[in-house]
Design a protein around this ligand. Structure first.
Ligand code: MSP
Length: 486
């Protein structure tokens, strides 16, 4: 373990909170699995981790969807939230807390933060005249539009005029640039950071923080005729979940180590959110990492194209571990990727079944038959653990998996070279079983069930400190096959 990793004791990671109007899909699953992988990785290293996810339950979009069905928004959303919790369970997401923005505790924190921002002189009343994209819950000006539509999602916008309270975002331009300059990892990847810096330098406009045409939101504490704009409410989840200001969790975990988000919502997280925090006298997060978007067979994923990828279907066919592995081996985190079931099947067969599955099955069959005998494990010295740690710290999950799979290749080659099925060499088998132990431990954040299955067959604890500790020679018991070929 590198010194820096050893020294940091806590780790706080978040996903965006999702609009429950759409069921969990490939996109939302992607961010959530990414956060789960990093949370599990840090837990494995022995850190005290807090992993937050949840749902964003206010706003016009949700209000209208409920109204269409003749339902009360809260009753409507109560049902939808269960879909999220179910899918996350099936995907083996081990979050520490699930926040809902309709929780009273969240709403109370939101009101207090807004009061602080108001007391700091950063909210003022004015007339708002402009455009609004309901699906994105975002304000736009005529100039922003692309072919008359929302520049973010491409759908139509509504124009409206209302009295509103504005947040003085313009006041924070220099302060934001200072944060970006002082903390070079404030926004990652680099290309996204530069994009944000350029946009900030173009000038920031004050933004409307309230809505008055409907009531489905947190009451605006300065004037009860308004509700808070859903984004101002939602962003605060990252600290309300920690019970700001006096909660033990807030003191322990804030500032967040990283907010994982998709590239489409980077502006809200890297400009509006830190400005709100500075205004309220709270430190900004350490890093905001914006990942890329998935297309499906080269096309944008959308309901109208009927190509929305349902994680539950894929889990049923290929297992959660296979799906998790595919997403993070296929595309560098931070870049766009293209999903196709064919590539998932190829990776499942060629990498999981043929490489990892075969190694485990061949070695454990021989070890069960012949037994193993303790020796110095020279093979394990070829596992590049330090490199893998660095890659995980830099969010380079695909490269970390590449390193792990290069070692799996080496192990398979070792079996070929040493021919333990002929020699029945118990020391060679020890080296191989002990190396499989290390593989299972470092793969556990990516493929938790597979690692557990391997640990059961060999008999060890999934704990980072176990890597390199000599394996206790017990009876190896080969279990069921890990990956069935498709
Ligand atoms: N509610 C807001 C977030 C508030 S956070 C304070 C929101 N919710 S969302 O339900 O629309 O989901 C957002 C997440 O899903 C984003 O991070 C977005 O990038 C991600 N994705 C949606 N479709 C995606 C793909 N096709 N590919 C990858 N991620 C995608 O925005």
């Amino acid at each position: 373990m590198t010194k820096e990793i050893k020294n940091k004791k806590t780790f706080y990671i978040t996903t965006p909170i999702y609009y429950p109007t759409a069921k969990p899909h490939l996109g939302t699953a992607y961010t959530t699995i990414a956060a789960d992988i990093l949370a599990r990785w840090n837990k494995l290293l022995g850190k005290d981790v807090f992993f937050l996810t949840g749902t964003d339950e206010h706003g016009q979009k949700l209000y209208e969807a409920a109204k269409k069905l003749g339902k009360d928004p809260k009753c409507y959303v109560d049902v939808l939230v269960n879909d999220f919790k179910n899918v996350w369970k099936e995907l083996e997401i081990d979050f520490d807390y699930f926040i809902r923005t309709t929780d009273k505790s969240h709403e109370d924190v939101v009101k207090n933060i807004i009061k602080k921002i108001y007391d700091n002189g950063d909210l003022y009343e004015d007339n708002y005249e402009g455009l609004y994209c309901v699906p994105c819950e975002s304000y736009w000006t005529e100039k922003d539009l692309v072919d008359g539509n929302c520049p973010s999602c491409g759908r139509g916008v509504q124009s409206f005029k209302e009295k509103a309270y504005f947040f003085k975002l313009s006041k924070y331009q220099d302060k934001l640039i200072e944060i970006y300059t002082k903390n070079l990892q404030f926004v990652m990847p680099e290309s996204k950071k530069n994009e944000m810096i350029n946009r900030i330098k173009e000038g920031l406009k004050d933004i409307s923080f309230t809505r008055s045409k409907f009531k489905w939101g947190v009451e605006f504490p300065i004037n009860k005729e308004f509700v808070l704009w859903v984004w101002a409410d939602a962003l605060i989840n990252y600290i309300s979940a920690l019970e700001w200001p006096n909660g033990k969790k807030f003191k322990k975990f804030w500032p967040a180590d990283v907010h994982f988000i998709g590239k489409d919502i980077l502006w809200f997280h890297s400009v509006i959110w830190p400005a709100m925090l500075i205004s309220a006298g709270i430190k900004p997060p350490k890093t905001i990492f914006a990942h890329g978007w998935w297309t499906v067979n080269g096309e944008k994923m959308s309901k109208s194209k009927d190509n929305v990828v349902d994680p539950l279907e894929l889990i049923k066919k290929y297992s959660a571990d296979s799906f998790r592995y595919f997403l993070f081996r296929e595309t560098p985190f931070g870049q766009d990727g293209d999903f196709s079931e064919k590539t998932l099947i190829d990776r499942h067969n060629n990498e999981l079944a043929n490489k990892l599955g075969n190694l485990v099955s061949r070695v454990l069959t021989l070890a069960e038959k012949n037994g193993i005998e303790k020796t110095d494990n020279k093979l394990l010295k070829k596992l590049k653990l330090k490199e893998i740690e660095k890659l995980m710290e830099n969010y380079e999950f695909d490269k970390a998996l590449n390193e792990i799979f290069s070692f799996i290749d080496l192990c398979n080659q070792y079996v070929q070279d040493k021919k333990p099925w002929e020699t029945q060499d118990r020391k060679v088998l020890y080296e191989l079983v002990d190396s499989i132990k290390a593989i299972a431990i470092i793969l556990s954040p990516f493929m938790p069930s597979t690692s557990e299955k391997i640990a059961d067959q060999i008999g060890f604890k999934i704990d980072y400190k176990e890597i390199g500790k000599p394996l206790k020679v017990k009876n190896v018991k080969k279990g069921e096959i890990l990956f069935k070929k498709i």
